[in-house]
Design a binder for this molecule. Structure first.
Ligand SMILES: *Cc1c(COP(=O)(O)O)cnc(C)c1O
Length: 432
């Protein structure tokens, strides 16, 4: 399989290069040249398969030409060592819980898969690979935990001092091994600038092999399509239309769902649920894409003003606004609606969604009101305890912290402080 850049279909690279580069040289995003359609037989057998088993078959269709099958099996089974259970909420509504990985958020799936794929591609390298990541929270914890203990790879996480929540910080500053946390005395933008400068620094690049674990990387994006198949596997057999509601920020998660559909998964409709950062729902309504600065909300993992995967969505549908509008319907919600929803879902169904899952739930409810002959799934992208401030405020009662999250809190933080000057960061890199 070859991969092309969304800016130039003629410039194709192989999987290894796409994974290493992340972003194409022309700033476009990589896309697979085709989407293999899975055979009917696969969908007949799917209900008797486990999550890693069915994912391996999808992975074979995508990556089977580029990675030997026994190696791909190892990457796959090692990465997907947790379930994505489908929980029934009401007669025709289900929740796909994507928070059973090490950091209790769906980004664990892509981060774990990418770490193992990168390790495979760098086997036998004389030099270590250094992954540089700037984070304001969620990405850092998923990447750090995803790469933890992966041989031949060192991860350096830059994060803004005092601007990351306590438990979030603990998730990437307490790991040790091949993970180093760099606490930058500045903002997230400073962290990102330092990483970008390192990538274009000739001297550093002669000395070190650098790569990023950005969310636009194909090795993170494509494996996210696997859990859509896993959701389908767990549904009762039905001839009703399947609709999936996805809480969206950079639109990677929903893009992975659209990929699953292209590969033959029978999803009739996607719902793109956002907070008030509703650039894509606006585009769906008007046909005009107008990025704008993001605004802070209680569903902050979706505070994105110019979603990075939008270029991929345009590409999937040949820039046809009409076709994109058919594939997904946009919904957007205010903080007050999100908080009220958390309370209502608990009261009505005994289920506690996180702020992101709550937006997806509201979109699904609105859709199903008018489309009664549908089976709906909304994605729960994080455990509610990761957003305990908002959830507790909404419920008016304390929320128990799951063992896995509490465990991080007990460990000792180890970080190296750093100024915002590139010289400081360069010194650190030179010492590696
Ligand atoms: C990253 C994230 C999202 C948004 O996912 P995209 O792929 O960027 O659309 C939603 N919810 C949570 C909890 C996240 O961490």
């Amino acid at each position: 399989m070859k991969y092309y850049s969304t800016n130039n279909k003629n410039r194709q690279v192989d999987l290894k290069e796409a994974v290493f580069k992340g972003l194409a040289l022309d700033r476009g995003l990589y896309m697979p040249e085709r989407f293999p359609v899975l055979e009917k037989d696969f969908f007949k057998r799917i209900r008797s398969m486990s999550f890693p088993e069915l994912s391996f078959e999808v992975a074979l269709a995508l990556f089977g030409d580029d990675i030997p099958h026994n190696e791909l099996r190892k990457i796959n089974d090692d990465a997907l060592n947790f379930e994505t259970p489908l929980v029934q909420i009401s007669d025709s509504t289900y929740c796909l819980e994507l928070f059973h990985g090490p950091t209790l958020a769906f980004k664990d799936v892509g981060a774990r898969y990418m770490a193992r794929m990168l390790a495979y591609f760098t086997q036998g390298y004389q030099k270590e690979i250094h992954v540089l990541v700037a984070t304001s929270g969620d990405t850092g914890s998923a990447v750090a935990n995803g790469f933890l203990g992966v041989e031949g790879i060192k991860v350096h996480i830059l994060y803004p001092k005092g601007l990351v929540s306590y438990l979030q910080e603990k998730q990437f500053t307490t790991l040790g091994q091949n993970i180093t946390a760099l606490e930058v005395d500045g903002s997230f933008d400073d962290c990102q600038r330092l990483v970008k400068e390192a990538f274009v620094d000739r001297e550093i690049n002669e000395k070190l092999t650098l790569t990023s674990a950005n969310s636009i990387n194909l090795a993170r994006l494509l494996p996210q399509s696997f859990y859509y198949f896993n959701a389908f596997r767990q549904l009762p057999v039905s001839d009703k239309n399947l609709v999936v509601s996805v809480p969206s920020g950079n639109f990677g998660n929903i893009t992975a769902g659209l990929v699953a559909k292209k590969m033959g998964l029978p999803i009739s409709q996607f719902l793109a649920a956002t907070n008030i950062n509703d650039v894509v729902p606006q585009y769906l309504e008007t046909g005009v894409y107008k990025p704008r600065p993001s605004v802070a909300t209680v569903a902050n993992a979706m505070d994105v003003g110019d979603p990075s995967n939008f270029a991929r969505i345009l590409d999937l549908y040949q820039h046809s606004h009409g076709d994109i509008k058919k594939a997904m319907i946009g919904y957007h919600y205010k903080d007050s609606e999100i908080k009220a929803c958390i309370k209502n879902v608990k009261a009505e169904f005994g289920y506690i969604p996180d702020p992101h899952g709550a937006t997806a739930f509201m979109a699904l409810t609105e859709f199903q009101k008018e489309n009664t002959n549908s089976i709906g799934i909304f994605l729960e992208t994080a455990h509610p305890a990761k957003f305990s401030d908002t959830v507790e405020e909404a419920l008016g009662e304390p929320l128990p912290i799951p063992e896995k999250l509490a465990e991080f809190g007990k460990r000792e933080k180890i970080s190296r402080t750093m100024s915002t000057s590139y010289g400081d960061f360069k010194n650190y890199l030179c010492g590696l």
